[in-house]
Design a protein. Sequence first.
Length: 266
Amino acid sequence: MTISALPEFETLLLETDQHICTCTINRPDKLNALNGRVLEDLEKAFTYINEADDIRAVILTGAGTKAFVAGADIKELSALNPETGKKLSANGQRVFSMIEDSSKPVVAVVNGYALGGGTELALSCHIRIATENAVFGLPEVSLGLIPGYGGTQRLPRLVGKGKALEMILSGRMVKAREAVDSGMANTFSGSKEDALKQAREMLGGMLKHGPVALQKAIQAVNASDDGKTSGLEAEAGLFGELCGTGDFKEGTSAFLEKRKPSFSGN
Ligand code: CAA
């Protein structure tokens, strides 16, 4: 196994083997929740990956076996107001769009919980392989919010508007088999190790093809996402508005205080 020297990050682990870079989000004590630092590190890591000649494909996963990413960091969210909320949403969207627009194929190995921003991060990858304990979901409404990292735009494209609305409005959790049946995940594997092996095999097959063709194929498929920009702008605007509501304060406080929320509709 050849491991080249790679940049180091506070919240990410990077390693390469046979031109495939595995990027692991590494905050297992907080179920790999996406705080500002993780987003900053992801942006730097993907800038590096996109420029590194010896890296031709990427696997994105979460540290441990319990969670891929349990969402945006609710502690950070709880302090948002309409202005900072809109900025946070737009910033996360920008980083996730960078992953979606990466010139190299990106496979998410979704190991355990992928909730809120975790599902949205997986959706921004080109392909998703779920482990048998994977759980997808967009529970933002339970916090008095909506998905703010592109979920309202990317999920309907994969599963259709009806299924996406059902998931977003209910906030319910979706297990691996349903995720595959609905088109949200491409396939599922057993353990995280199995899923990583499957991802490496899948990418190994793709890497037999010319890198320019892979790059242009990603570009062409992404070009069909008409209205992405205005949809994302609308999402960030609405996310910001919700950060000024009492229900948002109540939803995030209830989570942090480990109690059930009591929403008043204001
Ligand atoms: N943000 C911050 N901390 C989180 C977190 C999150 N999204 N998810 C989990 N954690 C923390 C918990 O607070 C806990 O920390 P402490 O040990 O310091 O108390 C630790 O991770 C372990 O979590 P739990 O004790 O809750 O683990 P569990 O097994 O009982 O439950 C879970 C697991 C069902 C995933 C639960 O943690 C959970 O519901 N997490 C929140 C999921 C969520 O609502 N995500 C959406 C966030 S909003 C969003 O993402 C907005 C957006 O689109 C931009």
